[in-house]
Design a protein around this ligand. Structure first.
Ligand code: C2E
Ligand code: CA
Ligand code: CA
Ligand code: CA
Length: 280
């Protein structure tokens, strides 16, 4: 048993070293990714359930690494946060989203509201960029409502970080706010009353088994009723089947997003599928 313990320890240190090396490499590469234009935004449509129309899209960040190919945001966002690189990346995301919104309005005469994700760290500490972003929107003639920010529940519990004032600043600029992954975090319903939020995004873990699990159905119904009474719209995430979409429509959900409609698309793909002349 002693030997086993030692072996396990050796194995552990070896993998720690490997991990440290891997991580250092990732940080180095991440530092260069912006200069090398390795980031890309993909756009996933957010479909209005009543009409089937698309007025909104979520921008999802992709890193096309020169050797490794596409790296998942779940892998690099935490590293970007630890190193502070997230602020440059977040700035890039905002700029791209704003420029894309302007470009689509110009080319297709349509305003597509683009949602961008903001991690709590990002949201709390990026204040110095805010004025620049508003100037950018103004110079592009994109109204605040052309952009929506997606934040998570954990952020709202963090009352001392001035979250409330920052959210208000976004709201004053007309920028809308979605509460992402609703129901998965350290949920407290109190913040729904305290903060002015436009959309609740029901996490995929509640929509996945909607067709078979009665308690998930009950939860979704309750979330939708509550959100509507508080003046919010509801977006269901991770909708993959027509059956799920039917149920969501029946119980009054406002929007749905998921592979049933589309994967996140590159700019050209999104234009072809949703903005072409034959589209509404
Ligand atoms: P999220 O904001 O909850 O985004 C939804 C994730 O679900 C995306 O994964 C999307 O591709 C995926 N998805 C969409 N429809 C379906 C479906 O029908 N079924 C399933 N199984 N999955 C679906 P992705 O693009 O890998 O992003 C993962 C997470 O990374 C995001 O979760 C978000 O938290 C974060 N992220 C992405 N882009 C950014 C960004 O620009 N900034 C920050 N801070 N975080 C980002
Ligand atoms: Ca999101
Ligand atoms: Ca989500
Ligand atoms: Ca509201």
């Amino acid at each position: 048993a002693k030997d086993q313990g030692r072996n396990r320890f050796n194995y552990f240190t070896a993998s720690m070293q490997e991990y440290a090396r891997y991580r250092m490499r990732l940080i180095q590469d991440l530092r260069q990714a912006l200069e090398r234009c390795e980031f890309e935004l993909r756009f996933q449509p957010i479909v209005e359930l009543g009409s089937g129309k698309v007025f909104k899209a979520e921008a999802l960040l992709r890193w096309n690494h020169s050797e490794r190919g596409s790296v998942s945001p779940a892998e690099f966002i935490p590293v970007a946060e630890d190193t502070g690189l997230i602020f440059e990346i977040g700035n890039w995301v905002f700029e791209q989203a704003a420029r894309q919104s302007a470009a689509w309005r110009k080319a297709y005469g349509r305003e597509v509201q683009i949602s961008i994700n903001k991690s709590p760290i990002q949201f709390r500490d990026e204040g110095n960029r805010f004025a620049e972003w508003l100037e950018l929107l103004a110079s592009l003639e994109v109204s605040g409502s052309g952009i929506c920010i997606e934040i998570t529940e954990g952020l709202l519990l963090d009352a001392k970080m001035g979250v409330s004032d920052k959210l208000l600043a976004y709201r004053d600029a007309g920028i809308q706010v979605s509460l992402d992954d609703f129901g998965t975090g350290y949920s407290s319903l109190a913040y729904l009353k305290r903060f002015d939020i436009d959309y609740l995004k029901i996490d995929q873990s509640f929509t996945r088994n909607l067709e078979t699990d009665e308690s998930d159905l009950t939860l979704c119904e309750a979330i939708i009723v509550m959100a509507h009474k508080l003046g919010m719209k509801v977006i269901a995430e991770g909708v993959e089947t027509a059956g799920q979409a039917e149920i969501l429509t029946r119980i009054g959900c406002d929007y749905a997003q998921g592979y049933l409609y589309s994967q996140p698309l590159d700019i050209e793909g999104f234009e072809q599928k949703y903005l072409g002349k034959h589209q509404v």
